[in-house]
Design a protein around this ligand. Sequence first.
Ligand SMILES: Nc1ncnc2c1ncn2[C@@H]1O[C@H](COP(=O)(O)OP(=O)(O)O)[C@@H](O)[C@H]1O
Ligand SMILES: [Mg+2]
Length: 368
Amino acid sequence: MAFLSLDGIVKRYGDHTVVDGVGFRAEKGEFIVFVGPSGCGKSTLLRMIAGLEEITAGTLAIDGREVTHVEPAARQVAMVFQSYALYPHMSVFENMAFGLQMAKMPADEIRRRVEEAAAILQIGPLLQRKPRQLSGGQRQRVAIGRAIVRHPKLFLFDEPLSNLDAELRTQMRIEIARLHQKLGVTMVYVTHDQIEAMTLADRIVVLRAGRIEQVGTPSELYDAPVNTFVAGFIGSPRMNFLPATVAEAAEDRLTLTHPSFVDGRLVAAPRRGGARVGARGGARVGDRVTVGLRPEHLALDGAAPSLRLRAEMTENLGGSTQIYARPADGEALSILTPGRPAVAAGDELPVRVAPEQIYLFDGAGLAI
Ligand SMILES: Nc1ncnc2c1ncn2[C@@H]1O[C@H](COP(=O)(O)OP(=O)(O)O)[C@@H](O)[C@H]1O
Ligand SMILES: [Mg+2]
């Protein structure tokens, strides 16, 4: 039996539906990430799991027990928010101990738990400080410590790193991954940052407008997105999209036409690692499709080019370069290439893409 089950979860504010029938299961110990654009209902969903928001319809079960309408304190979950919300007049120790004192836990057990959490988070030397004497990263560690001391069955994180600068975010991201390994507890983590989603998750749940678009491992979502929304959301820089027409449809390969393809034609084979091998027979000659090309799959090695583009701008990223280049007809595509190729604005770029690295979507945006 799944550790966490959501069945047909709905949240309405008046007649405004913000979560619209979410069903999902997580196994014990899994690290689940909810990702999606701002306003898609991630926080609302998390708050319903925590019991901070009433569930309009559907059922929720944690560790084999239905808790749809159970009060938060009885769910054995702990939540970490974006704002640390520490008590400014209390020390780090007192902040972490406070919830346990309210629950009338014996003092020696509280001390043991706080010291254990402080050791895990490497904040032992800070226990007597006040929050104002801490950096943002240290404060967020205290907020996580406050969750750890409760020994919850389920950790919920709502964009816990959004207030930190880029370097600290990366560091804390690694610490959260380590914390999950160490504790082995089920975690549900909300973010709008697809890099956090890719790096932390065992499985990612992609949400849009209160509904699940796709659930899968990071590699599954990258390799086989079910539609253009997921394809555009997962992967950085973002996937390029280009309209084309199907000229020939064989059993397992399609020939596509568009003026920017070399000789006007591009051959797409079944995707490597994708779950759709052989499924491309589905498209018919004459169909209008959307071609998806990941920036990192576009090669400038000059061998057998598939597209002819004209360079517009380059961005030196140090170890790699991002190039924006325009086809004869349409929007600029981005290319991510290792090193620093000598490309100037106006140069014609022969770009190669392997047939099995081409993503295809039908007129409704669904993967072919
Ligand atoms: N208390 C509320 N009353 C009315 N609408 C709300 C309330 N809380 C959130 N919403 C709406 O629900 C939608 C989802 O919000 P939220 O879950 O916070 O999104 P996310 O966390 O994905 O950015 C938004 O359109 C938001 O305006
Ligand atoms: Mg939110």
